[in-house]
Ligand binder design. Sequence first.
Ligand code: PEP
Ligand code: MN
Length: 681
Amino acid sequence: MSDQSRKISSLRKRINEIDAELLRLLAERREVSLDVVRAKDVDESPIRDFQREEDLLVKRIRAGRELGLDAHYVTRIFHEIIDDSVRLQQEHVLRDANKQDAEPELIRVAFQGIEGAYSHLAAKKFFSKFGDRLRFLGLQSFEEVVKAVEEGRAEFAMLPIENTTSGGINEVYDLLLHTRLSIVGEEKYHVQHCLVAADDVPLASLREVYSHPQAVAQCSKFLATLAGCKVEYFTDTAMSVSKIKEDGDPTQAAIASEEAAKMFGLKVLRREIANQKENYTRFLVAARNPEVVPTRIPCKTSLVMATSQEPGSLVKSLVVFEKNGINLSKLESRPILGNPWEEMFYVDFEGNVAEDAVKRTLEELTRTTRFIKVLGSYRSQDLPRTTPSPRAISTEFPDAPAAGPAEDRSAPRPAAAESEPFRLTGRAHKPDDTVIEVRGVKIGGPEFVVIAGPCAVESREQIMACARRVKEHGAQVLRGGCFRPPSSPYSFSGLGHQGLDLLVEAGAAYGLPVVTEVVAPEDVAEVARKADILQIGQRNMQNFALLREVGRLHRPVLLKRGQMASIDEWLEAAQYVLEQGNHQVILCERGIRTLETSQRDTIDFNAIAALRRRTHLPVLLDPSHAAGDRDLVPPLALAARPVGAQGVMLEIHPDPERAVGDGRHALRFAQFDELMRALRR
Ligand code: PEP
Ligand code: MN
């Protein structure tokens, strides 16, 4: 060995020793930083102290300068060290707040695609703290990913929600609306696309490029330079790499991550081929249970809302955030499937559902929205960094005092003024009448609304005949039972989904919105896809599992009063739906049991008048079921409006004697015609 190489190897040895020492010190620093947060646990003091961080940085910069290290270098290194320390402390606090009796041994993360896809890489990064306990479950579609977590086959779902170049991922937004999962985290992943091939070939020889449509869109400018090259879409970037590996064709290439190329042993032909160098995809992490985020940690909340149909309600909703000092970081709109030209808004904001300002905001939003669902509060990934002013680190002012006290962003916000009892149904909460609009029909407004149709959908002819009469005589909504509540083990249970299709067909043929009853929680989502209003029958008024399902959706709910329910119990059931986020509840009085037994039921007219004072929700009357006799229906229906009902629901039938149920009180078409004329007078 020459002198020179001996010298180099001894220097290298020294560098190795220094690096080992640096690593040991970094690890020791971490331990001390954990001890600091443990000490802070006692009084729950904030994790971050920006003033202290800035002072520390200034001291390090000055000390570094004395050792010949420039300020920029020292700042960069200490920013990394401080970020790591803050993350570590936050994780400690989060773990403490979400302690489980039995931590799962394996942490299974579901994602769309195969290993090497960006979702997989982002999940590896986000969950790195779990080390060997981590397992991945690559699935075909986002829907399967969500389902895997809902059904307990994985603990977490990794879902891409937006990309800084190509925008929002619609499919994931639409899934979030319906899922029961909560968002518990976010990962902003730096996506660095490469052009990958089986061999080191010149770009000019490529004929086909495979990738995911999003990746193709993000690299459109580079792709335009590959003359004579065809682009083919693939379900994910890693799968396109796997495909060209299998084919082994040197004229094929894929757009994917460098990691995916390495995993499959392929060559990277070009790096950084995205239109934007700063190309990030934001992923949401979802789990079955919401995470408790202590208010000491900077937090973000995501929600989805549909604003009321009154003009200006979006602006009014946004003002609620502003008024409560809440900073929106995102507002995205998506069409409501099944309601053309209506929009659902996805909102991200800085704040935590555990904070008073956020609680106040959510309560106030119930007045300007018809549907709202909080998707979750989760630790924000953005770590604000302190940057000392040039004056503070200048050697010319060695003792310059640091600028005034830094803003303490993690300090608890001022306590909210105690709000009145949280009674979403009450006039105190919302003085103005709630008007619910379905296909242009306004329920709860000045116009008296008539809903009519058969007790049950029996056949196409029957429901078509009814729909025609409903339209001809100027009623606005078509009713028809498809899923019937069992009144006895032998009663007709309805035509089910087949009946619903007939009802929807009849409604569409005559331009009428339709209402139908749901009786089982598992049917709600499917019925809501087709029907305009979901009816909860009197027997199910306190079926809270069912109320929870309709409360989670954005379809208006017609809630009948239970035969044995008090007004308070009825309003509580409505409150339950509103609490879930669906603010569109129509109350329908249909008669209660009293000591009077010669009538089927007794209409509680008092309740209608009283409710109009107590609640902002629309109130209707169903005189048919109480009357139990078709000849009593017209006078009772005519009494509805004077006591304050905003509409009636009537049963009609082309041939009541042949009806499968409730034939005795079904109006004949001629009677219905006459009643409609009388109602118009
Ligand atoms: C109905 O309207 O179809 C019905 C079954 O009514 P209720 O729930 O009021 O008995
Ligand atoms: Mn009936």
